[in-house]
Design a protein around this ligand. Structure first.
Ligand SMILES: [Fe+2]
Ligand SMILES: [Fe+2]
Length: 294
């Protein structure tokens, strides 16, 4: 059933647990990266994509649980489901604050919901091979998306420029708590895919779909926020701004993002090669939001 798996770089195994979190949005300003609406809104796209996206992960993984023949992996998947459920809810909870500040995300989230619930939903395929094929396709898609959530998690944990710019502490904590848990559970989706299928062509195909969808939704979301920001007369989002902000260190750098592509497509890839579990654990131990709020 399973393919030959590239080994993790360390023999560490972490018991994944969902942490109770609490974030207070009352003081969070519209431009929580001060004076930088483009960076604020580019990162804000996470609040639009993640609630529906992570609910969809859970929906797919619950269907997959009966196929898992490795007890430890099943435990990891259950822990993963618990963490993603909290992530989805925590980002959802930011949306009322955005609305209060004059940014109604509903028209955009409706499109994202349609994408995950209908286009990537269960479909009415006949039982047997077609249904199993579609399930495995989605398991592989989640592994590809989790390559990027781990990439972003690792980035935000190290994005010191966001501190220097005086970003809103609650938002930074939400992003880093989430990022740290993404680093913590970064191997689960890939190991599950390798356990259940692991086909290389499927990995490449679903990476291409995941990457295209992320780029498509991200640029549309950033444009949506910039155009609807009540304080901007002619808000625009462009690739040039993204590249520039990446160079400044307030967004992931474009060269780093491009370099992450061949890593995922390498036959030796294992997610544990990226990110730092100890750094993630250290952040989680001190995160105000994950330790009773502030
Ligand atoms: Fe997550
Ligand atoms: Fe995740």
């Amino acid at each position: 059933m399973s393919n030959t798996q590239p080994a993790p770089v360390a023999s560490e195994h972490i018991e994944l647990k969902a942490r109770k979190v609490s974030f207070d949005w009352r003081e969070t300003p519209l431009h929580w990266v001060p004076g930088d609406p483009f960076t604020t809104h580019t990162i804000n796209v996470l609040h639009l994509l993640l609630p529906a996206g992570e609910r969809w992960f859970i929906h797919v993984y619950k269907q997959v649980l009966p196929y898992i023949t490795d007890d430890r992996l099943r435990e990891d998947v259950i822990g993963f489901i618990g963490q993603e459920a909290v992530h989805s809810q925590a980002h959802d909870d930011v949306l009322p604050r955005l609305k209060e500040l004059g940014l109604d995300p509903t028209p955009y989230t409706a499109q994202v919901d349609w994408f995950f619930e209908k286009l990537l939903g269960d479909k009415t395929l006949p039982p047997g091979r077609p249904r199993r094929w579609w399930l495995m396709e989605r398991v592989a898609l989640i592994a590809a998306i989790e390559h990027y959530t781990a990439f972003l998690g690792n980035w935000v944990l190290n994005a010191d420029e966001l501190d220097r710019r005086g970003c809103d502490p609650a938002m930074l904590d939400l992003l880093r708590w989430h990022g740290a848990e993404e680093v913590e559970h970064r191997s689960v989706a890939f190991e599950l895919f390798m356990h259940l299928d692991g086909g290389y062509r499927r990995r490449v195909r679903t990476w291409a779909l995941a990457f295209s969808a992320l780029v498509f939704f991200w640029q549309r979301g950033a444009r949506f926020f910039m155009e609807n920001d009540p304080t901007l007369l002619d808000g625009k989002a462009s690739v040039g701004q993204f590249v520039r902000k990446g160079r400044e260190g307030v967004l992931p750098s474009t060269p780093d993002m491009l370099r992450s592509i061949p890593r995922y497509l390498s036959r030796d890839y294992h997610p544990s090669q990226e990110g730092d579990t100890e750094q993630a654990a250290a952040y989680l131990a001190g995160s105000p939001g994950a330790n009773g709020g502030r």
